[in-house]
Design a protein around this ligand. Structure first.
Ligand code: BDR
Ligand code: CA
Length: 309
């Protein structure tokens, strides 16, 4: 399968790349970087370094949006460290970003492989919204889009109702949810339930090799942050779970179809993902998305460890 990854690495983005890179049947045809966990120069540089670490050094990486469509950018050094990887210095990349922007690269790949390109979006959705502006037929050209973002029936993580990726660019997210993609939404509803436990993190420490040891180093930083949320040393694996939903769809044990809109005006709820869960949703013709509501968490954690072996 051909996969384009749009991401803001980012510690859990890194593990999502590891998950895909470990799979011989996955051809990562391009990576778009977006601001989010760090500035876009940082996330693009990290993408190049991570593709080297995980054995895919030749994948084209394109620099994308440095800011949201409308609001001011907010970065997350307190979650991912100043360098986006918990202060862990990976070897310098052998290549440089390509000349095209992330949106241009995505559009070109979608046009060259119509109906065959899958897209994994695990950062703010700005690059995808820009790509839609360049190519409004993108939802027909792309086979499947998996988005990590939102909080449907659970609280948000950056405000009472908003999740970070959506909150970082609500206008872009609203454009993407309204565009008609065949879309799976992997929201906090499942990612906060599917955590790398202290035991899993210990097991990773015992895995030999550079990719496991470096990953373990930055996950230590991430687990320290998440200890403040969970009360114990474990961490939410948001982006790797979205990667798993893309390449191992059988891991989804329950989902619900609903049109999703993003709240843009609410003074308390801006950035909230509003899923219309009524049996007969309000009709504006919006294509429903599949909201993942349960996954086979044990198998996912095993597969994530295998990817790092
Ligand atoms: C999402 O926000 C980012 O910090 C993570 O990488 C993930 O994509 C979780 O809310
Ligand atoms: Ca991310």
């Amino acid at each position: 399968m051909r996969v384009f990854v749009d991401c803001d690495p980012g510690i859990d983005d890194a593990v999502a790349l590891a998950y895909l890179a470990a799979r011989p049947e996955v051809e990562i045809v391009g990576v778009g970087a977006v601001f989010g966990n760090g500035g876009v120069e940082v996330t693009a540089d990290n993408a190049l370094r991570l593709l080297g670490l995980y054995g895919r050094p030749g994948v084209p990486v394109a620099v994308g949006a440095s800011r949201p469509l409308v609001q001011e950018p907010r970065l997350a050094p307190h979650v991912h460290g100043e360098n986006g990887l918990g202060g862990v210095e990976l070897p310098a990349p052998t290549g440089s970003p390509v000349a095209e922007s992330a949106a241009e690269l995505l559009v070109r790949l979608a046009r060259s492989h119509p109906g065959e390109l899958d897209v994994l979006a695990v950062g703010p959705l700005t690059n995808l919204a820009i790509a839609l502006g360049l190519e409004p037929r993108l939802p027909e050209l792309v086979r499947r889009l998996v988005v990590m973002g939102g909080a449907v029936r659970v609280p948000g993580n950056v405000s009472s109702h908003a999740e970070a990726n959506i909150n970082n660019d609500p206008e872009a997210a609203e454009a993407v949810f309204g565009a008609g993609f065949d879309l799976d939404l992997v929201a906090l509803d499942v990612t906060m339930e599917t955590v790398a436990t202290g035991e899993w993190l210990e097991e990773l420490k015992g895995v030999p090799g550079e990719r496991a040891s470096r990953t373990s180093d930055f996950l230590d930083f991430y687990a320290d942050f998440y200890k403040g949320i969970f009360g114990v040393r474990q961490c939410a694996m948001h982006d790797p779970l979205a990667a798993a939903v893309l390449v191992d769809p059988h891991l989804v044990t329950e989902s619900v179809e609903a049109p999703v809109r993003v709240e843009l005006a609410g003074s308390l709820t801006r950035g909230m993902t509003v899923a219309d869960l009524r049996p007969r949703p309000g009709a504006d013709g919006r294509r429903p998305v599949r909201v993942v509501t349960a996954v086979a968490g044990g198998e996912f954690l095993g597969r994530m460890l295998d990817a790092l072996r």
